[in-house]
Design a binder for this molecule. Sequence first.
Ligand SMILES: [Zn+2]
Ligand SMILES: [Zn+2]
Length: 143
Amino acid sequence: MEKTIPKGPRVHQKLNSEDLFYLLKEQDQVSPKKSVNRKCYRCDCQGRYCDGFSVSLNPTLVEKIDGLEKQLKKTVQIISGVRCEKRNVEVDGSKHSFHLLGRAADIRCETISIDELAAAAEIVGLLVIRDYRDDVVHCQWND
Ligand SMILES: [Zn+2]
Ligand SMILES: [Zn+2]
């Protein structure tokens, strides 16, 4: 019997894999998720390039961040949620940013550190990047 070694991308090391980006983009187009409308996640281009939701917001991402607030018993600020293409370029977002897919949010919580917030987000199952420069935790949902 041959041993099968599990393969596949290491999502934690490369959150914004180009292949995964296009795979999920297509998947979301073919079988759209039930969209959620949460104002705080809207694109912050202020209506210049889109109506705020250039793409539908992933319901699981929202669910997880709601869960995070419950767990922390604190309010989490959504600094950046959905982004349209033009806004993503403006803010110098990565080319395959999951904000473009409605699958990422940059969050902050005034009373706790980036590291504490990131650790809590990981506990609820989100993939995270600690962004010390902008003082936010980038949270992403890939499934
Ligand atoms: Zn926009
Ligand atoms: Zn981000």
